[in-house]
Design a protein around this ligand. Structure first.
Ligand code: NIG
Ligand code: FE
Length: 430
C-alpha cells in the first residue's frame, strides 16, 4: 500500500459548503467548522490552505509573486499553469470518511442467515464460524480480489481511511494470512484472533466438551504463536469480549499480550447485552470500544472520564434487528462518539457510512452534524490519527464532493447516491 500523495497542486474552488471539522472564530459555530463559498488548495497530497474562494485568488497571486521574485517573470505563468483548478459548482465538500471498524478479508457470504433473521431468527455470534470455514477454503488471490472490490466500494462511498480486522482465520497460518492481505490495502490492521473459539478447539475431545477449557487453550495459542505471527503486520489488537465469545479475563490476557507486543488496544464489547467490555477497554486505555449497544450508567461514566472513543455500528442493529445504541446519551455525557460500518458478512454487510449516518440521525438521537463529525473526525480519533478526518493545512488531502448543497442531505436523502468525486492524498479515487 502507498502512503504517498499525488504530486502537484490543485485548487478546489466553488465549494458551496465546506465542512472542515476545524472550528475556529472565522467559521460557523459548531464542531463542523463550516466555511461557505470556500476553496481548498492541495499541494503534493496535503492540504496547503483553506478559506474563502475570494481569498484563494489572492493567495495564488501571492504565491505566484513569491515565485516571480525567486525565478523571474516567466516563471509566474508556468506556476499558474501548474495549478489544476477544479470547480465544485456550489456543492458541499466534506472530509473523507474514516471507517474505524471493518472485517473485510473473508470468503463466502451469509445471505441465507440474514434472510432467516429477517424471518424471526436471533443473531448469534456462532455464525462467525461458517465464515471461518469459507475463509480458510479461499486462496490468497481469491481473498485479494474480493478485498480489492471492497476497497473500490469504500472509495465510491467516500471512505478514504479504513481499518480492517482479521478474525475469520483463527489458526496461526490463517490469521497471519488475513493480516498480511489486509496490510496490502491499509495501514490500519487489527489482529482479532480472539473473535470466537474455533470449531477444532470447541470440538476437541481432549477438553471433554468443557467450553472454558477449550477457550483457555485457544487463548494460549492467540497470545503465543499467533500473536508472534500477526503482530508484524498489525497496528492494533482487538478481542470480542461478550457472552459466547471471550470472558473479561480471557480478553484481558489477549489485549495485554498485544499491548506488550507494541499494538494499540481496541475492544468489541456490549453488543449483545451489558457486560465487562467497556470497563475493560477503559481500564486498558483502549483507543476505542466498539458496539456499545447495552451500557450501564457506570459504563457511560467510565467512558466520559476516559480517552476511549465509543464507536457505534448502526449497520449491526439494522441487520440483526437489535435496538440501536443511544448516541444522545453518550454525547450528552461528554463521550467522544465515532460511527463505523463494521462491514462483515454476518452482522452488518454494508460498507456505506452515508447509510450509517442516516440511521444514526433517524434512530440514535444524533444531529446530521454530529453524525458527520462522528464518521470523519470521530473515526480518526478512534484510530488515534491526526492526519485525517479534517480539512486543515498539513492534513492529508482526503476530500469528498457531495452531489448536494449541504451535508444535511446525507441523512435527509437516505439511500440516494450523493457521493461525487473523491480524492485520497490529493489523487482522484472515485
Ligand atoms: O463486529 N461482534 C463480533 N464480530 C462481528 C460479527 C462478525 C460476524 O457475524 O461474522 C461484529 O459484529
Ligand atoms: Fe466487528
Amino acid at each position: 500500500m502507498s502512503d504517498g500523495g499525488a504530486a502537484g497542486r490543485m485548487l478546489l474552488t466553488g465549494i458551496g459548503e465546506l465542512v472542515t471539522n476545524d472550528p475556529s472564530p472565522d467559521r460557523e459555530a459548531g464542531p463542523l467548522g463550516i466555511v461557505r463559498d470556500a476553496a481548498v488548495l492541495v499541494e503534493d497530497g496535503r492540504i496547503a490552505w483553506v478559506g474563502s474562494a475570494t481569498h484563494a485568488d489572492e493567495h495564488l497571486d501571492h504565491r505566484a509573486e513569491r515565485e516571480d521574485r525567486r525565478e523571474g517573470d516567466e516563471h509566474r505563468s508556468i506556476w499558474d499553469a501548474e495549478v489544476e483548478v477544479v470547480d465544485a459548482g456550489g456543492r458541499a465538500v466534506i472530509p473523507g470518511f474514516v471507517d474505524s471498524h471493518s472485517h473485510l478479508v473473508f470468503g463466502g457470504d451469509r445471505a441465507a442467515e440474514f434472510a432467516a433473521r429477517m424471518a424471526g431468527q436471533r443473531y448469534e455470534a456462532g455464525g462467525i464460524r461458517s465464515t471461518v470455514a469459507a475463509t480458510r477454503a479461499a486462496s490468497d488471490d481469491e481473498l485479494r480480489t474480493r478485498l480489492a472490490g471492497f476497497v473500490a466500494e469504500l472509495h465510491g462511498q467516500g471512505t478514504t481511511t479504513f481499518e480492517i480486522k482479521s478474525g475469520y482465520g483463527l489458526s496461526v497460518a490463517d490469521e497471519e494470512r488475513l493480516v498480511r492481505l489486509a496490510r496490502e490495502v491499509t495501514s490500519e490492521v487489527t489482529f482479532l484472533g480472539a473473535h470466537v473459539v474455533p470449531f477444532e478447539f470447541r470440538e476437541d475431545p481432549a477438553f471433554g466438551g468443557d467450553a472454558d477449557r477449550a477457550a483457555e487453550a485457544y487463548v494460549d495459542l492467540v497470545v503465543g504463536e499467533m500473536l508472534d505471527a500477526c503482530a508484524p503486520h498489525s497496528r492494533w489488537v482487538d478481542a470480542f469480549c461478550e457472552r459466547g465469545a471471550f470472558t473479561a479475563e480471557q480478553s484481558r490476557r489477549v489485549l495485554a499480550a498485544g499491548a506488550a507486543a507494541g499494538l494499540g488496544v481496541r475492544v468489541h464489547g456490549n453488543q449483545l447485552g451489558e457486560g465487562p467490555g467497556v470497563q475493560l477497554a477503559v481500564e486498558l486505555g483502549a483507543a476505542s470500544v466498539d458496539h456499545c449497544t447495552y451500557l450501564s450508567d457506570a459504563d457511560v461514566a467510565a467512558l466520559a472520564s476516559s480517552d476511549t472513543v465509543a464507536t457505534l455500528l448502526p449497520g449491526v442493529e439494522f441487520s440483526t434487528r437489535q435496538p440501536y445504541p443511544d448516541a444522545r446519551r453518550l454525547i450528552d455525557a461528554g463521550v467522544a462518539v465515532a460511527l463505523a460500518s463494521d462491514c462483515n458478512p454476518g452482522s452488518s454487510f454494508t460498507s456505506s457510512l452515508p447509510f450509517c449516518i442516516a440511521v444514526a440521525v433517524r434512530d440514535m438521537g444524533m444531529t446530521p452534524a454530529e453524525a458527520l463529525w462522528a464518521s470523519t473526525a470521530g473515526g480518526a480519533a478512534a484510530l488515534r490519527r491526526t492526519d485525517v478526518g479534517a480539512i486543515r493545512p498539513g492534513m492529508r488531502a482526503d476530500l469528498v464532493e457531495l452531489s448536494a448543497p449541504s451535508h444535511v442531505h446525507l441523512a435527509y436523502r437516505p439511500g440516494v447516491p450523493l457521493i461525487g468525486r473523491v480524492w485520497k492524498d490529493g489523487a482522484v479515487v472515485a
